[in-house]
Ligand binder design. Structure first.
Ligand SMILES: *Cc1c(COP(=O)(O)O)cnc(C)c1O
Length: 321
């Protein structure tokens, strides 16, 4: 079996059945103003309203619920300072699986506390001295914990794909689907579902210019990396696509584009002001490609995934000028 068949639309459909009644079916918002301005019909799939504030809960729950009884008793571990940490912590709480999260010691106190409030054990490390993946692997083997990585895992990818499945079930035909891309779990799952249900729909990945590793990987067909990119979109600061997600992106995604930091910030404020929804910078990434005309099409039906809403308002206030 070749690697790009590692996750199929049937896996995404099976994930949807497992997640029924557990995840929120998030709203799809439309705006006449956006439609007029872009001359398209645009559907925003609002995962900022998902449990824990981002789509990550879909993949986390789909992975944890499929563990064996012994794995569930022993517990899971992951490395993340952001939305995957909270998603794993909540999924573990709901399924009564002990969770351990490895986080940098400079992760915002609110994020540490949100993660602990779901009952997770948080282990802090110094990001200048310690490799988080190595630390998580060592802890996993010492403590017999199952490691659930944030994107490069078939059950995580299938879970994230339910975002697009739900959108398509609600709105039907689309000509384009815009999805932000970090490690590629979300876009892989969404592209698999979209290509199966709507073969003519073009799936476009969106990255910050400052973190364009996946775009370069897509065009060169060779895995490219980026180290600690200084983008405001902290959800996509991952160094590269993964072993599973890279071939999936090559196989199912139609194109990858990048947007400037200014376009991301403008998109975020536009969504706050016009759609009245709180979106984090990474959550505004896909919309930025449309609103800044990087994707310049007209008279099309366009799905846009708003991936999350966990924003540190004090930090973002700095960008208002
Ligand atoms: C994790 C995350 C992403 C990136 O998802 P990948 O699966 O790593 O590509 C985008 N937006 C938000 C809000 C996230 O939490």
């Amino acid at each position: 079996m070749s690697q790009h068949h590692s996750v199929t639309v049937d896996d995404v459909k099976a994930a949807q059945a497992r997640l029924a009644g557990v995840v929120h079916q998030t709203p799809v918002l439309t705006s006449r103003m956006v439609n007029d301005r872009t001359q398209n019909e645009v559907f925003f799939k609002c995962e900022n309203f998902q449990r824990t504030g981002a789509f990550k809960f879909r993949g986390a729950y789909n992975a944890l619920v499929q563990l064996s009884e012994i794995q569930k008793q022993q517990g899971v571990i992951t490395f993340s300072s952001g939305n995957h940490a909270q998603a794993i912590a909540l999924a573990g709480k709901l399924l009564q699986i002990p969770t351990t999260i490895v986080m940098p010691d400079d992760a915002p106190e609110v994020k540490q506390q949100a993660t602990r409030s779901y009952g997770a054990e948080v282990i802090l490390y110094n990001r200048h001295e310690t490799d988080r993946e190595e630390l998580a692997k060592t802890l996993a083997s010492d403590r017999h914990l199952t490691l659930i990585p944030p994107y490069d895992h078939p059950h995580v990818i299938a879970g994230q794909g339910t975002t697009a499945l739900e959108l398509i079930q609600e709105v039907g035909q689309l000509d384009y689907l815009l999805v932000c891309c970090g490690g590629g779990g979300l876009i892989s799952g969404c592209a698999i579902a979209t290509k199966a249900l709507l073969p003519t729909c073009k799936v476009i990945g969106v990255e910050p210019e400052l973190a364009d590793d996946a775009t370069r990987s897509f065009h060169s067909k060779t895995l490219q990396t980026v180290t600690n990119p200084p983008t405001i979109a902290d959800g996509v600061r991952t160094p590269s696509l993964g072993k599973l997600t890279f071939p999936l992106v090559l196989n199912y995604v139609d194109d990858m584009v990048t947007v400037s930091e200014t376009a991301i910030i403008n998109s975020m404020f536009f969504l706050w002001e016009r759609l009245k929804i709180v979106v984090e910078p990474t959550g505004a990434l896909a919309a930025a490609a449309l609103l800044s005309n990087v994707l310049s099409v007209k008279n099309a039906k366009i799905g846009v995934i708003i991936s999350g809403g966990n924003v540190d308002l004090a930090k973002v206030a700095k960008f208002i000028q």
